[in-house]
Design a protein. Structure first.
Length: 297
């Protein structure tokens, strides 16, 4: 079917509100890593959804937060830039009848740019329906949203209705991406992100936030097996010991979980080798931040 309408929609909100879960629900497969830790998403992820004659290009952005490092500054800059050049904005919030500082800043930016914006209240499965009315009233008084819609990105409830609502904001025009594409991320970048997701899931406190993953080898053998070599960077020798674990147990656990997801994503058998190195304070070193793939578009 020929695409007749296509447009870009930014998904914005505070950390941990469910932006990546929603992105994956919209696409119907995993293109963004998801954990219950804030600042899981570090850069803008482009997710493509083709539906009938329409192509939706969603920009999953980092959570808007108060940065404490130059990497944090970069993440906040990505959010602000992503809102600047889209056809519509989807502000994702939790079902709490109170507008926090991140939401106030995002509403102010939406207003200043004069963009059509939808308020999407996520996690509707966690509250009673009457509680949602209070959230709608508070946000409805703060800004004239084009629509307000409660959803559950986790269960998928309301996701189809959201796509139907968003269709009116897509300008007429050809597809922006090939129709068989679900994300603009290179395969090696997705694999690096999968490893980082497992670090976030398996490790505690600040340690996983201080990690970066670099793919040093990504090649396919004649028999179709993918050779994936990754180096995990952390900020302290003590962190390195924790990531490796006793007799290599933690690194083995992270690698096993990552390999399974990488195989599912690639549709092929993956041979994964992992190493851990220390780069002190890399989150405040712009050269290293760029080296690990966090570059301005």
């Amino acid at each position: 079917m020929t695409i007749k309408k296509s447009g870009m929609i930014a998904i914005v909100g505070r950390p941990n509100v469910g932006k990546s879960t929603l992105t994956n629900a919209l696409v119907g497969e995993k293109v963004a890593i998801v954990t219950n830790k804030p600042q899981t998403t570090r850069t803008r992820i482009c997710a493509v959804v083709n539906r009938g004659e329409s192509q939706y290009v969603f920009l999953d952005t980092p959570g808007l937060h108060k940065p404490r490092s130059r990497l944090g500054d970069y993440m906040v800059s990505v959010v602000r830039q992503s809102v600047a050049d889209v056809d519509a904005v989807l502000l994702l919030v939790e079902p709490i009848p109170n507008i926090g500082a991140p939401e106030q800043e995002l509403i102010g930016r939406i207003r200043a740019l004069g963009l059509p914006a939808l308020l999407v209240i996520n996690k509707m499965d966690t509250v009673k329906k009457e509680e949602l009315l209070g959230v709608m009233q508070v946000y409805g008084a703060a800004h004239e949203f084009s629509a307000i819609l409660p959803i559950s990105a986790k269960t998928g409830e309301g996701v189809e209705a959201l796509l139907s609502l968003l269709e009116q904001y897509l300008p007429e025009g050809p597809a922006l991406f090939p129709e068989d594409m679900v994300t603009d991320q290179p395969e090696r970048q997705v694999c690096a992100e999968i490893v980082r997701e497992k670090l976030l899931l398996c490790l505690d406190k600040e340690i996983p936030h201080g990690t970066a993953v670099e793919v040093t080898r990504f090649s396919e053998r004649e028999n179709g097996i993918i050779d994936l070599h990754v180096t995990i960077y952390c900020e302290k020798e003590s962190h390195k010991a924790i990531i490796i674990g006793k007799d290599g147990s933690m690194l083995k656990k992270v690698s096993t979980l990552a390999r399974r997801d990488a195989e599912h994503f690639m549709g092929a058998k993956v041979y994964l080798e992992s190493w851990v190195k220390v780069k002190e304070n890399w989150r405040d070193n712009m050269n290293l931040i760029k080296h690990f793939g966090y570059r301005d578009e």
